[in-house]
Design a binder for this molecule. Sequence first.
Ligand SMILES: [Zn+2]
Length: 101
Amino acid sequence: MHEECSVCKQKFDMEPGFWYGTGYVSYALTVAISVATFVAWWVLIGVSFDDNRVFWWLGLNAVLLLILQPWLMRLSRTIYLYFFVRYDEDYETSEPQKFDY
Ligand SMILES: [Zn+2]
């Protein structure tokens, strides 16, 4: 990941440990995806413990989340950064966002 935006010079790692919060965003995203795949599985295939269908969902969902991890990580960082840095129309003349220490 770059240190700062190449266009507006916004620093990305705004303080030491800034990115730890992305874990919570990533967790929320994976829970949302898991709920969505579970509902889809429920509607399309059905949930039953008799023939272990529900465990197939569990395994396939885990594989799907592992495959999606590189995108989820980047999306989480983007969402998390957006909590603190909003789009600035006058980015060419104004200062990049900073935390007050
Ligand atoms: Zn920028």
